[in-house]
Design a protein around this ligand. Structure first.
Ligand SMILES: [Zn+2]
Length: 122
């Protein structure tokens, strides 16, 4: 299980990406893109995230995980397709020489800062 390491990394990156001039802000939501080949269990990652965010600006933030399909391209005939089964072979020419175009991603797509309750109506 490597989800805890990933969760801690997300907290690090998200914390570092908060502009310092915003001061004491909280993160409301982290949008994450995870490729199917990244071998991340979303439920497990969400749990680790909730633990890893304790006492950080991300405490209570929602982790939105978008799973990306595995996209491959045949090096022989350039056919592109989404791999849905474990057979890594071109369906057009049966070549096993494939290039994985996407599916290993583990990217923070965006971070949403919580709106502050400002009372300075003036
Ligand atoms: Zn092919």
């Amino acid at each position: 299980m490597h989800e805890m390491g990933i969760a801690l990394q997300i907290v690090d990156i998200a914390t570092a990406s908060i502009p310092p001039n915003l001061g004491d802000v909280r993160v409301a939501k982290v949008n994450l893109k995870v490729g199917k080949l990244a071998a991340v269990v979303p439920d497990s990652l969400r749990f680790c995230f909730s633990v890893a965010t304790k006492d950080t600006p991300l405490d209570g933030a929602e982790l939105v995980i978008e799973e990306l399909p595995v996209l491959a391209r045949c090096k022989e005939c350039s056919t592109q397709w989404t791999i849905t089964n474990p057979v890594f072979q071109c369906q057009t020419c049966n070549s096993g020489s494939l290039e994985i175009l996407s599916g290993r991603e583990l990217d923070i797509e965006s971070i949403e800062i919580a709106e502050e309750d400002k009372n300075d109506s003036g």
